[in-house]
Design a protein around this ligand. Structure first.
Ligand SMILES: CC(C)(COP(=O)(O)OP(=O)(O)OC[C@H]1O[C@@H](n2cnc3c(N)ncnc32)[C@H](O)[C@@H]1OP(=O)(O)O)[C@@H](O)C(=O)NCCC(=O)NCCS
Length: 157
């Protein structure tokens, strides 16, 4: 019997660290997302449990990287805590195969599992940006921006 390979998320370990940091988006997309190495460094310096980095693999193939955030102090004044998708890098040669959608759905499921009702993400606009990707997956915008990026939210209730 054969089984169809399905994407899955795996923790970043010493074993797959190089595969994770080797994930590269297309050169013209680099303005829209930080390199995986930077995301992992940011995960390291944030309080434990806030950053949730994962490698996206399909069978044995590393196809992308995501980093979710849980309960981040959005305004850095203790008044607003949000969860969502911090980084999403689908490898240049693996785009358009549903891995981005899988990543968003996986983070949505994890936030729901933890009792969250909303999933936040911010994105750049313009050519080669993901500005039409997130609305297609159901994210709403209401004019809020953060550090020059559009803030989108997906209702999970
Ligand atoms: C944006 C990105 C994550 C999309 O990942 P992907 O694996 O190519 O997307 P999927 O194959 O899962 O696409 C899901 C749907 O969104 C659509 N889509 C994908 N990228 C899109 C884009 N840039 N604009 C509009 N629609 C897009 C697909 O056509 C597909 O639609 P369908 O289900 O009707 O066929 C990927 O292109 C990427 O890593 N870009 C560079 C880094 C980046 O911008 N990251 C996001 C930072 S916030």
């Amino acid at each position: 019997m054969t089984t169809t390979p399905a994407p899955r998320l795996v923790e970043i370990t010493p074993h797959n660290f190089e595969a994770a940091t080797g994930i590269k988006v297309r050169p013209e997309q680099e303005f829209a997302v930080s390199p995986v190495m930077q995301s992992l460094a940011e995960a390291y310096v944030h309080p434990a449990g806030v950053a949730w980095p994962r490698l996206i693999v399909d069978g044995d193939r590393p196809v992308g990287f995501l980093m979710a955030f849980f309960g981040i102090d959005w305004k850095e004044d203790g008044t607003l805590f949000r969860s969502g998708l911090w980084r999403l890098n689908i490898a240049a040669g693996e785009q358009g195969r549903g891995y981005g959608r899988f990543a968003v759905e996986s983070v949505a499921a994890e936030i729901r599992r933890r009792g969250g009702k909303e999933m936040y993400v911010t994105w750049h606009t313009g050519p080669h940006s993901p500005e039409n990707f997130y609305p297609k997956l159901g994210f709403r915008t209401d004019g809020e921006t953060s550090e020059g990026e559009i803030v989108g939210v997906l209702d999970l209730s």
